[in-house]
Design a protein around this ligand. Structure first.
Ligand code: MN
Ligand code: MN
Length: 470
């Protein structure tokens, strides 16, 4: 017989907000999460925004999504997508309510921090050939040396053909990395501040060391590499000028931990939210409100550019979609709600002093809802209203999905933004929802499977909610 609760215990239960590890709420969640995360690991093998879009479109087609047609009046249950330059994607499921009642949007980004090649990347030094990079996104540069890397991207030739590059991901492929100085000679290096231990111009990917077998030419190692690239891809050095190439960590997404409760992989910021919202989008059949799932690019460099969230591509697409009903996008958007799906920082006991414990997110405590992001003094943040927080909260609680709040670290410790402010600029209610991550922006990021799965459930509940916003 369980002991009867005392009056004070009852009072505690009623009055206090005590977040719990979801494993204590329902220990079976991990089993469901395991299954869900098998698909997530597959998704994570796509390490650039282009790879994600290429991977996603055939799946959309298999789920009866068709390419968006301007002027078409879609009906409830119709599914379609819009591909922005192979780097950003919009997926829609039309709801039963008129579009004028507003949309339910889930927006995530599919670019991740990495090392982009410079336009003129190939050079030879001390009989070795390298690719010169300019890092993309906010990284601790010293973390990226001696990490197994792979090469990705596209090269556009002058005849209009595009060559796709993906080397270092398959078994039997060669390995690449950024080299580092041996500790024996690092006395001076180790005295430098961490942001100077490895400098931007030292992030060069070693790619070859064997000379071309000819006495008469100089730069024989570089020439040998170019010759190989020419044979494989038909390219010359000038073709790098019209290319987007990068190096990313090469290792496979894997189960993490003896209990396999986590995922260790590159690019979980923000593929974790992209995958969870993608699955929710696929599983939403005939919702009340029309759902719009967006994969955007360029978040890690500030969302500028025509495939980033500061571009008008989403607004313009919505204009084209809703004008078929005689509506204008702004009137639809002002009645819409958006989950801006991005990761937050999970408390790490090794660095616990950087978090304010009552307002930080924890692994295995469920999806994290961040009222605001930004930096000290709440600069540059969307800051969701009480009403929007209340709306999301009511959906999550009704669906019995455990969730937590999260602030990105202590007030004056730094900070960081998400695309929520790029979305709310269009006058719709937006809130950040995501998954807590350990070692964010490192070559190996860690998430908890239960959180990944529960984010999917959260977005699914949001997409299928019948409750109008007040
Ligand atoms: Mn992110
Ligand atoms: Mn990020």
């Amino acid at each position: 017989m369980p002991k009867k609760e005392t009056k004070v215990q009852q009072l505690e239960k009623e009055l206090l907000n005590k977040p719990k590890n979801v494993g204590e709420i329902d220990n079976n969640i991990l089993n469901e999460a395991q299954k869900f995360c098998e698909g997530y690991k597959e998704f994570l093998r796509n390490k650039t925004e282009r790879a994600v879009v290429d991977y996603t479109i055939p799946i959309l087609k298999a789920h009866k999504y068709t390419e968006f047609q301007m002027g078409k009046k879609y009906k409830a249950g119709d599914k379609f997508y819009y591909n922005n330059r192979g780097k950003a994607l919009i997926m829609v499921t039309v709801g039963k309510r008129p579009v004028s009642d507003g949309l339910r949007l889930g927006v995530s980004h599919i670019d991740s921090p990495r090392l982009d090649f410079k336009p003129n990347p190939l050079f030879e030094d001390i009989d070795m050939a390298f690719f010169k990079t300019h890092y993309y996104g906010g990284i601790k540069k010293y973390q990226w040396t001696t990490v197994p890397m792979s090469l990705h991207g596209v090269i556009r030739l002058t005849d209009g053909k595009t060559v796709k590059v993906r080397i270092g991901e398959e078994e039997g492929d060669p390995l690449f990395c950024i080299t580092d100085l041996l500790p024996h000679l690092a006395r001076n290096q180790m005295k430098k501040p961490a942001n100077e231990i490895v400098e931007g111009e030292q992030l060069n990917v070693l790619i070859g060391s064997w000379p071309y077998g000819d006495e008469k030419v100089s730069g024989k190692v570089k020439l040998n590499i170019l010759n190989m690239l020419h044979e494989k891809y038909g390219i010359t050095e000038k073709d790098f000028l019209s290319a987007e190439l990068c190096a990313t960590p090469a290792y496979e997404p894997r189960d993490y931990g003896l209990d396999r409760s986590m995922i260790g992989a590159y690019g979980q910021d923000d593929s974790v939210c992209a995958y969870a919202s993608f699955m929710a989008e696929l599983d939403t059949k005939k919702p009340d409100f029309t759902t719009v799932t967006v994969f955007t690019d360029k978040e890690e460099t500030g969302s500028d550019g025509n495939t980033g969230m500061r571009s008008l591509f989403l607004k313009d697409f919505l204009e084209d979609f809703v004008s078929a009903y005689g509506l204008s996008a702004r009137h639809v958007l002002m009645r819409s709600v958006c989950m801006s799906c991005d990761v937050n920082a999970a408390v790490d006991p090794a660095f616990a002093e950087n978090y304010e414990r009552n307002n930080a997110s924890y692994l295995n405590y469920g999806p994290v809802v961040s009222k605001y992001t930004g930096g000290g003094g709440k600069y540059s943040t969307n800051d969701a209203s009480a009403e929007t927080m209340g709306y999301i909260r009511s959906i999550l609680e009704e669906a019995k999905i455990p969730w937590q709040v999260g602030e990105l670290g202590k007030i004056d410790n730094g900070g960081g933004g998400t695309i929520a402010s790029e979305i709310s600029v269009h006058n719709l209610d937006t809130v950040d929802v995501g998954v807590p991550v350990l070692s964010m922006h490192a070559p190996l990021e860690i998430t908890a499977k239960a959180d990944v799965y529960l984010l999917y459930k959260a977005v699914l509940a949001f997409y299928n909610c019948t409750r109008p916003k007040d």
